[in-house]
Write a protein that binds this ligand. Structure first.
Ligand code: FAD
Length: 333
């Protein structure tokens, strides 16, 4: 039996696991995928590191700044941009004004997950199917008929999935209502590689007023020595909703066509790859930084008070503090 089982190795869950471990708790993280960092995700495509989830992050919270400053010194994080270009409906590309700093990671955004997971016990490819109370403990069923028993559980999945995992738990009404109200928008991401001499000046482009296309990242501009020019295109939520189950080739073609306003070459990539995100961004986040069911089943994530990496990190910090405080109170299953 462990003190704490964290479900999900996203930024929030890993940050909480790190703080709980530092405070002497035995912690196991169960993660369904092979990667770390959840939606702060990176993959290698034709020798290029490409961020197919979160693109960059901001730092407003002092507690997050401490870690980011250390990572900047070590070169894991760079100041990538201050604002982005805007592409308007006439096809005009406007340069950014003076925005706040957007940080990125030369090795890819998933380095954040790897850094937070250092020294933690993370079991990957451990898909949790159910959480249920057994006496005054929690039992988690995961993977291939495996079971883990924990005194306390922290769930770091999008709210909809968290409710699904807990359907055999009689959650209190506040949690049930708060989690049910959180809505996520989907996103379709297209990754496309081009010869290196086609690298544009801009870092990222917000596409204004387009029905299909919302964002184009010059992803290779985050890398130290890119061998190719790589773009990442994000659909609008409405487009992803409508075309979520369409043949991916068709979706990809349509988004590349929409981006070709930046140059005909965009429709002739050397290679492409893609990712469908069912739960990309929380558009109706919950009000609190975490939720607690009877001091022994906790919920955290970006959707607790925000929709970004920064809010995930803050949620992780605050839920860990609450869990440590709750140790002094009797769990009431
Ligand atoms: C396309 C896209 C673009 C984005 N752009 C930005 C951006 O530019 N800037 C920004 O700040 N944020 C951005 N975000 C949002 C950002 O990625 C998230 O806010 C943040 O990463 C969420 O972290 P989290 O810890 O809350 O959850 P997640 O990252 O969702 O982590 C949850 C983890 O739980 C795991 N999991 C789920 N169910 C189970 C289960 N049953 N058993 C075990 N494990 C499970 C998942 O595999 C995942 O690893 C973007 C997201 C997407 C998808």
């Amino acid at each position: 039996m462990v003190d704490v089982c964290v479900v999900g190795a996203g930024i929030a869950g890993l940050k909480a696991a790190q703080d709980l471990t530092r405070n002497g708790k035995s912690v196991v993280v169960l993660e369904k995928s092979r990667g770390l960092g959840g939606r702060a995700a990176t993959r290698s495509v034709h020798g290029n590191r490409v961020d197919h989830g979160a693109q960059h992050f901001t730092v407003r919270e002092p507690v997050f700044r401490l870690d980011v400053e250390r990572w900047l010194e070590l070169g894991h994080v760079i100041e990538w941009s201050r604002g982005f270009h805007t592409l308007d409906q006439t096809g005009a590309l406007r340069p950014p004004g003076k925005g706040h700093i957007r940080y990125a990671c030369p090795a890819g955004m998933n380095i954040l997950g790897k850094l937070l997971a250092e020294g933690l016990e993370v079991r990957r490819q451990a898909h949790v199917r159910q959480v249920k109370a057994v006496g005054d403990r929690w039992q988690l069923e995961f993977g291939d008929e495996e079971v883990l028993v924990a005194k306390t559980v922290l769930i770091n999945t999008p709210a909809t999935q968290a409710l699904e995992l807990c359907k055999r738990v009689e959650l209190n009404a506040e949690i049930e209502t708060a989690l049910s109200a959180v809505k996520f928008q989907p996103c379709f991401a297209v990754l496309a590689g081009y010869p290196s001499d086609l690298a544009p000046e801009w870092k990222g482009v917000n596409v204004e007023g387009h029905l299909d296309l919302a964002w184009i990242a010059h992803d290779s501009s985050k890398r130290a020595s890119p061998s190719q020019t790589v773009f990442v295109l994000h659909s609008t939520p409405a487009f992803a909703q409508k075309h979520f189950f369409d043949p991916p080739d068709q979706v990809e073609e349509r988004l590349l066509e929409a981006a070709s306003i930046l140059g005909d070459f965009v429709t002739r990539p050397l290679w492409t790859d893609r990712q469908r995100w069912r739960y990309a961004l929380a558009d109706h986040p919950a009000q609190k930084p975490y939720y607690s069911h009877r001091n022994s089943l906790f919920f955290c994530g970006d959707w607790c008070g925000g929709a970004r990496i920064e809010s995930a990190y803050r949620s992780g910090v605050e839920v860990a503090e609450a869990m440590l405080r709750a140790q002094t109170a009797e769990p009431q299953l």
